[in-house]
Ligand binder design. Structure first.
Ligand SMILES: Nc1ncnc2c1ncn2[C@@H]1O[C@H](COP(=O)(O)OP(=O)(O)OP(=O)(O)O)[C@@H](O)[C@H]1O
Length: 242
């Protein structure tokens, strides 16, 4: 594995019965890169991501995440990465502080470290007034920003974000992306799926999955040039909906 490669995937495949959900995909992701993982509904993004985060065994192919093998070193992978999904992020019936304490504990942080991280996160996000409110009472955009910070509590090398901004308003999405940039600038690798094509423009490189295969992978600029498109939306429509 090249020194700055943090995700290495070769011929990764997942079969359910006679249906191939992820079909022989290959790519590398570099340290500190923001890697966009795009595809229409059902293209196979979540299935691929589940293999990379060590919760679903591949049918065939190879993958290393932070240097760990997805077949044999899944516990090491889980400790090294952060994960956030739109569908499950935080406990609605715990307060902001309780969520931080809970997830900090799961990640194995010391009490002192959790307390320090909790204060830092609350200050950075300007959450002083709602630190003791139940997360369920907060707007979705706030929840998602807190969820991202919680996924970063243990300073993961790579953070996997599965549609992190789904249903969130454009201003909050922009703020969310500022958090992503900051994490990437600090050396965290970001692997992100999204349905928002403006967000695809913010990625360093983007892959586009169609029916389980990666049909295109390049910088947004090169993809637009190659597909003679004005925007990533056009590129996506040409590939994913053709
Ligand atoms: N456990 C499973 N058993 C059988 N088929 C599955 C299973 N998990 C996913 N699939 C199928 O694999 C295909 C890819 O699903 P996946 O959830 O990976 O797509 P996706 O690109 O993440 O879509 P979305 O954007 O809707 O989340 C779908 O046709 C889905 O029905």
């Amino acid at each position: 594995m090249m020194e700055d490669t943090v995700i290495q995937v070769e011929g990764l495949t997942k079969v359910f019965g006679d249906f191939t959900a992820v079909n022989n995909i290959s790519f590398h992701v570099k340290k500190g890169e923001i890697f966009g993982f795009l595809g229409a509904n059902g293209a196979g993004k979540t299935t691929a991501m589940k293999m990379l985060i060590g919760i679903s065994a591949p049918s065939s192919g190879l993958a290393h995440v932070a240097g760990f093998d997805v077949y044999t070193q899944t516990e090491s992978i889980k400790k090294t990465i952060g994960y956030m999904s739109q569908k499950f992020a935080l406990y609605d019936d715990l307060t902001v502080k309780e969520n931080i304490r809970f997830f900090g504990g799961i990640y194995g942080l010391s009490k002192a470290r959790i307390s320090q991280k909790s204060n830092q996160l609350i200050e950075e996000l300007g959450l002083e007034k709602v630190a003791k409110s139940l997360v369920g009472s907060l707007p979705l955009g706030w929840k998602q920003k807190i969820a991202f910070s919680v996924a970063m509590l243990h300073d993961p090398k790579i953070v996997f974000l599965d549609e992190p901004t789904g249903g969130v308003d454009p201003i909050t999405r922009r703020q969310f992306w500022e958090m992503i940039y900051k994490a990437a600038n600090n050396g965290t690798t970001i692997f992100v799926t999204t349905h928002y094509m403006d967000e695809a423009e913010y990625c360093d490189r983007v892959s586009i999955m169609v029916d389980g295969r990666i049909e295109a992978l390049d910088t947004p600029k090169n993809l637009k040039h190659h597909y003679r498109s004005e925007s990533m939306n056009d590129v996506f429509l040409k590939l994913a909906r053709s």
